[in-house]
Design a binder for this molecule. Structure first.
Ligand code: HZT
Ligand code: MN
Ligand code: MN
Length: 476
């Protein structure tokens, strides 16, 4: 998702979003609507069909709950007990019957904060595999002895990825159970990130051996990506009716798992969340050696456009965000060159996927313009590949660069982490490093004010013998 939506685009941002309330204005014909509706129904059927792939042994050893101090007026981040829930229900006498029914139908929504190191949970040190899919369509190929041999050469890397993915699944289960209106995002991400460090076995605050691959994204509503609270944002909370994108990065020895999901606290927005979920599934399904990146983008766009959402009495056809995309991952490198478009005609026309590649496919569905620009206070940063010290004279700026190099290398980091590491008042030095092009800023990426954006993202490896969706779980 190149943030290349430059100043020029900024001018073009409209104040409010209900552009597609009127279908005529959007140029959606009745026939087109009918076709899209059919496609949507077909997808729904497919998604409800039982998966043919093997089940994921995501549940390792039982994790102990670690309570955190809850701030006043905000819901506690400690898991709710059955007793708590019963008490809440009992308080609502008039609807007691209804509440009981609801509870019966809904999955249990509590999860302890993971705290047991993964090497204790998996003493053999063989971590659970992701979802295996056969290559289909043009990528279909016989599994030869040579392919099996190439597969074996990558076992070590694969096990690192699987460990990173297991950490991802465990913390996101807690995240889904915990995130709700009133939650303070600063405390939420710090708790989640500390849990990653514990179970993935980071050494101190350094993320180089294993740890967090990038700051935890908790972008709300029209903010599509790259929001994490900064020091000073301690009171930013999830609101009633919000949609949140929870984007978590883990890594072991630089092998990155980049995966995200969305939650809405207004049922009207559920189709928006479904749109990006199905679009990402479609992208992953089409991926394989020799798949044309632009074809994947075109299919993703079709799926997203087949959804409509009615919110506050206005109806929108979902749009993909055409200047965001998925990306190739490399060791310690979040963006290793190739991009996976999520709309037709918005990417390179000839590039294909290749065997051995590790991709993050992320799709975004929007009720807004379907275009993001940089906006708001920056929290995400990444060191440039080979920073030069030549134009960095200030010893304090040099100190900060050395700190970044030692703790994050080429992985992304955020202001919160610099603060925790004792790099207080780093803001001025950070600005100097950005000025000297030793560090790049990644500001929040936003669609039009008042719009809603959902995202789903999955990391997968194009193994010689099959496609392994490393980050898949029983949730998405
Ligand atoms: C950059 C800086 C960060 C990578 C995608 C992404 C979260 O939008 C080519 C395609 C963290 C991540 C990234 F601090 N970005 N995935 N998950 N963000 S991106 C990009 O810059 S570059 C997408
Ligand atoms: Mn991501
Ligand atoms: Mn990504």
């Amino acid at each position: 998702m190149e943030a290349g939506a430059a100043a020029e685009e900024k001018k073009a941002v409209e104040p409010v979003a209900p552009q597609n309330a009127d279908e005529e204005a959007e140029g959606v014909s009745a026939a087109e609507k009918k076709r899209l509706k059919k496609l949507r129904q077909k997808q729904k059927k497919e998604s409800e069909a039982p998966a043919q792939s093997e089940a994921l042994p995501t549940d390792g050893a039982a994790s102990a709950a670690v309570p955190v101090t809850a701030a006043a007026a905000a819901p506690s981040l400690t898991p709710k007990t059955e007793a708590d829930e019963d008490q809440e229900e009992a308080g609502d006498d008039a609807h007691a019957g209804e509440a009981k029914k609801k509870k019966k139908n809904k999955k249990k929504k509590t999860a302890p904060l993971p705290s047991v190191p993964l090497s204790k949970q998996f003493p053999t040190l063989q971590f659970p595999m992701g979802r295996i899919e056969e290559y289909s369509g043009d990528a279909r190929r016989p599994i030869t002895e040579e392919a099996r041999e190439r597969d074996r050469l990558n076992e070590g890397m694969l096990n690192d990825l699987r460990k990173a993915a297991e950490a991802h699944r465990q913390v996101r289960r807690w995240a889904r159970a915990t995130c709700r209106p009133g939650v303070k995002l600063f405390e939420f991400v710090e708790t989640l990130e500390n849990s990653i460090r514990t179970i993935i076995e980071s050494q101190g605050l350094s993320h180089i051996e294993a740890g967090i691959a990038f700051p935890t994204g908790v972008s709300l509503n029209h903010v599509a990506a790259h929001f994490t609270p900064n020091p000073g944002d301690e009171n930013v909370t999830v609101g009633e009716g919000d949609v949140i994108k929870i984007d978590i990065g883990t890594h072991v020895h630089g092998r990155i798992v980049d995966s995200a999901f969305s939650m809405s606290f207004n049922p009207e927005l559920d189709p928006l969340v479904e749109a990006s979920r199905e679009a990402t599934n479609t992208g992953v399904r089409l991926a394989g050696p020799d798949a044309l990146l632009r074809d994947i983008g075109a299919e993703i766009e079709e799926v997203i456009k087949s959804y409509e959402v009615t919110v506050g009495g206005k109806t929108f056809q979902c749009k993909p965000i055409r200047n965001l995309n998925g990306h190739l991952l490399g060791p310690y490198t979040i963006h290793a060159g190739k991009s996976v478009p999520i709309a037709a005609e918005s990417g390179d026309t000839t590039t294909r996927m290749e065997e051995g590649e590790l991709y993050a496919i992320e799709t975004f569905a929007s009720t807004g313009r379907g275009l993001v620009v940089d906006d708001g206070e920056c929290s995400h940063y990444m060191m440039a590949p080979n920073p030069s010290l030549a134009n960095i004279r200030n010893p304090k700026a040099r100190h900060l660069l050395a700190h970044i190099q030692q703790n994050y290398e080429t992985l992304a980091f955020c202001n919160r982490w610099l603060d925790t590491a004792g790099e207080t008042r780093h803001q001025l030095q950070l600005r100097a490093l950005i000025e000297a092009r030793a560090v790049n800023p990644y500001p929040p990426l936003v669609d039009t004010r008042g719009s809603y954006v959902s995202q789903h993202e999955q990391t997968f490896l194009l193994r010689p013998t099959c496609k392994e969706i490393i980050s898949a779980g029983d949730d998405y």
